[in-house]
Design a binder for this molecule. Sequence first.
Ligand SMILES: *Cc1c(COP(=O)(O)O)cnc(C)c1O
Length: 341
Amino acid sequence: MIDLRSDTVTQPTSAMREAMMSAPLGDDIFGDDPTINELQDRVAALFGMEAALFVPSGTMANQIAIRTHTQPGDEIICHRLSHIYLYEAGAPAAISGCSMHLLDGERGMFTADDVRTAIRANDQHFPTSRLCVIENTQNRGGGSVWPIEQIANISKTARELNLRMHLDGARIMNACVAAGVSPEDYAKYFDSATICFSKGLGAPVGSALAGTKAFIARAKRFRKMFGGAMRQSGILAAAAIYALDHNVERLATDHTNAKKLAAHVSTCPHLTVETPETNIVYFDVDEQTGSAADIEAKLNKANIRVLALSPQRLRAVTHLHIGKDDIQGAAETIVNSASKS
Ligand SMILES: *Cc1c(COP(=O)(O)O)cnc(C)c1O
């Protein structure tokens, strides 16, 4: 089975499991877990920020950040395709009482001018524009990588307008490897940033949130409130540390594999492929050939798993269990699935 549904389907390797088995542990709610403390220091240093907090999921990292930055009645400015809007179960409204001002733009990205236009005037009728969220890489935008100048411009505008900046960095290391930009260089434009260890980095569980010491102290209370404070969680942090040490540079291989897959699939006249920037490949099947669900089902029978996302659109994601031969085989099978219908 070649599973290209997501980069979250990976299993911890035996070396990663060994690192987990041998990690020194303690009760993290007492601050006693040395492995958690080590990971949090690593993440703070990675982003050049003062402090960091380990949390169970990327969703919780984003939602704690939103809850910490905002109050009910505030508005969050983000792209229409952002994860916090599409895929977090309505949490900004449910948990933080925030409305969202949705921006458009190619590949999930927007500009400083878009942000300026979205800002509400200071008037009792309006919600308070409080937070701007940028996702890098942008998942639904095609795993796209934000040009750093565009982020710098948005950040400058946000600071002028008293708007805080949050980076949804679930796949920030994919962006860093693809663009040759350090996490710190991106993070300096933000008040808070996340990283997810259970996507392309291959850990089984966990994300982290970084920011100032004061921000993280407040975020810690919300982590407790949301049920995300854990005990001997260093066993998970050990996997994350292992991932940072061993699985970052190899993301370049996932990006190469995604490009190869896209190039091969684009030879099929019934499929339209977006050229991937990182590890996520989106492709559309033409209506005469069938639906995305038809292609998904056919591929499933041929032991290739992809995700049908909308009536014509499919997604394939490369990750650390996918080798060159898998890509060749998967690409041929995908082309066949759209040819013989
Ligand atoms: C996966 C993802 C998250 C959160 O993921 P969890 O499944 O909650 O860990 C957040 N943002 C983006 C862009 C993601 O792709």
